[in-house]
Design a protein around this ligand. Structure first.
Ligand code: ATP
Ligand code: AMO
Length: 475
């Protein structure tokens, strides 16, 4: 018998016989003749009932009511409309009256964590042993992540993983629609990609190798290889001991690189349209998931785009001026040398929201000193660069820039930034430009960050299947 999904249990199925395969969210024996199961499918819940009456024995009722929570069962029964709607179920006017039940996969009697406890989002500060108002233990984020497989079964996690899948799909859809080529570049590299610190060193037979810190050099080499536009969706590794709500040591990077004709703002426009497409299509195509997530994280999806559908554009120095006006104590000298801190970014986000009523904006023309060696300095003032960051709710989601495409200029920039142009991997990169390369620009965004900020989640780990951070390498 083909089994139906819960989404197919509409009113039309009342009084018909159906078969479903689902997890047991809860099982209880009401009396010797009656037992209830709450069934769960991808976070959605439907109640089933079993009553002792020919051909169902009392023993069968007892067995059903005693099934271990989280076991997967196959149930065949008649769909009825319950007299009183079942408020604890997702489909409150469906009740399955069981005729047959089979165990498909039995769960252990003692689980390390109850899925229903993980349903309640723990404040980040939840400590071991803390209980809520009615005495129910609160599950910490650590416990949830330690038991991530169970945690993924919650309604909220299910919806978050759909949003993550949606962002990836929309990114690829937009890139392909605009003639971009999907590429896969090596993650085992012979040189530190961006030239800075923060790379994982690994043993590569008799030599050293590194895990790629970004596809930067390779996506540019593809442009030199006469690909007009390329994109990649791949893991990015960062050996940074950053124990924050938004840093991971491995994340999913959405990267693109493309040639332009006259000005790098052609690519900045492209990036903006790309992000607007992703954000508006998420709101349109994933309404149900956003609604579900909102029950736990009320800011999910209520993301303010500017009215004209464009991002607000400011120069880095204009952002700095706004912060100064708000009384933030920053010397200009200091900000030429150091990027905004997270606190400054967030404050600027609040100021912009108040002044311009948007959560989505771009800072353009960062000081050259805070950008990597491959960034193109501003032709009219080399203190600044043709580079930009996109922000959502005051936190960075994308970095990008025009790149230096002249080999001599690139070599000088490497030396100025302390990167050795004669090092094995950098030599290959430099050669690509010695052989001629069109002007180009690009950007990179973190999938986990977009999902986190779009949904207003308090921690990037909640937007990551199996997060990796300085403390966590499992599960
Ligand atoms: P992000 O800026 O979000 O980190 P990025 O890849 O551009 O992305 P960096 O420029 O290296 O990374 O990060 C610097 C910012 O991240 C700083 O503004 C800093 O506030 C924050 N940050 C990094 N590490 C830590 C840490 N260990 N504790 C608190 N904040 C940190
Ligand atoms: P950048 O280092 O700014 O730029 O990274 C690009 C984007 O990746 C995300 N991100 C992270 N997400 C989770 N954990 C981290 N530790 C982390 N670090 C960064 C952010 C960030 O905006 N080569 C350039 C991109 C380019 O110029 O094309 C680069 O890697 O969303």
């Amino acid at each position: 018998i083909p089994s139906v999904k819960f989404s197919g249990l509409t009113e039309d199925t009342h009084e018909t016989e159906i078969t479903v395969v689902a997890r047991v969210d809860n099982a209880r024996v009401q009396s010797a003749k009656l037992a209830f199961l709450m069934l769960r499918q991808q976070g959605q819940k439907v109640q089933a009932v079993i009553a002792a009456a020919e051909p169902i024995s009392r023993q069968m009722v007892k067995w059903t009511g005693g099934v271990n929570v989280n076991s997967i069962v196959q149930v065949t029964g008649i769909v009825k409309k319950p007299e009183i709607p079942i408020s604890s179920a997702t489909l409150s006017d469906i009740e399955i009256h069981i005729r047959k039940i089979y165990m498909i996969s039995e769960a252990a009697q003692m689980l390390p964590m109850q899925v229903k406890d993980a349903e309640r989002p723990p404040p980040e500060t939840t400590e071991e042993g803390q209980v809520d108002a009615d005495g129910t233990p609160l599950v910490t984020l650590k416990t949830r992540l330690d038991n991530r497989v169970l945690d993924l079964q919650t309604e909220t996690s299910q919806a978050i993983t759909w949003i993550s899948s949606g962002v990836t799909e929309l990114f690829a859809e937009y890139m392909i629609k605009h003639g971009s080529r999907w590429i896969f570049t090596p993650k085992l590299v012979g040189t530190a990609t961006e030239g800075g610190s923060g790379v994982f060193e690994i043993k590569y037979f008799k030599r050293k190798a590194f895990l790629a810190q970004s596809p930067q050099l390779y996506k540019q080499m593809c442009i030199a290889g006469d690909m007009e536009s390329v994109f990649e969706i791949a893991p990015v590794f960062r050996a940074e001991d950053s124990n924050t709500h938004r840093h991971l040591t491995e994340f999913s990077g959405l990267d693109f690189e493309m040639t332009f004709r006259h000005h790098y703002h052609e690519v900045l426009d492209f990036a903006e349209n790309l992000l607007v497409f992703i954000l508006t299509q998420l709101q349109e195509r994933y309404k149900d998931q956003i609604e579900t997530i909102r029950k736990s994280y009320p800011k999910a999806g209520d993301f303010k785009l500017p009215k004209d559908g464009k991002a607000l554009r400011l120069k880095y120095m204009e952002g700095l001026a706004m912060l100064k006006e708000a009384g933030v104590d920053v010397s200009e000298q200091e900000r030429y040398e150091n990027d905004f801190t997270t606190a400054m970014e967030k404050q600027l986000g609040r100021i912009i929201r108040e002044k311009y009523d948007t959560d989505f904006y771009v800072l353009d023309k960062f000081p050259m000193a805070v950008r990597p060696f491959y960034t193109k300095p501003c032709p009219d003032d080399p203190t600044f660069s043709n580079s930009y960051d996109f922000f959502m709710r005051g936190e960075e989601i994308m970095s990008g820039a025009q790149r230096i495409n002249d080999a001599k200029e690139l070599e000088a920039s490497m030396i100025a930034k302390g990167v050795d142009p004669n090092q094995e991997g950098f030599e290959d990169y430099l050669n690509a430009f010695r052989q001629g390369c069109s002007p180009h620009a690009g950007g990179g965004l973190g999938l986990n960050r977009i999902v986190m900020f779009f949904l207003g989640l308090p921690n990037v780990r909640l937007a990551t299947l199996f997060p990796r951070d300085p403390q966590r390498l499992r599960p």
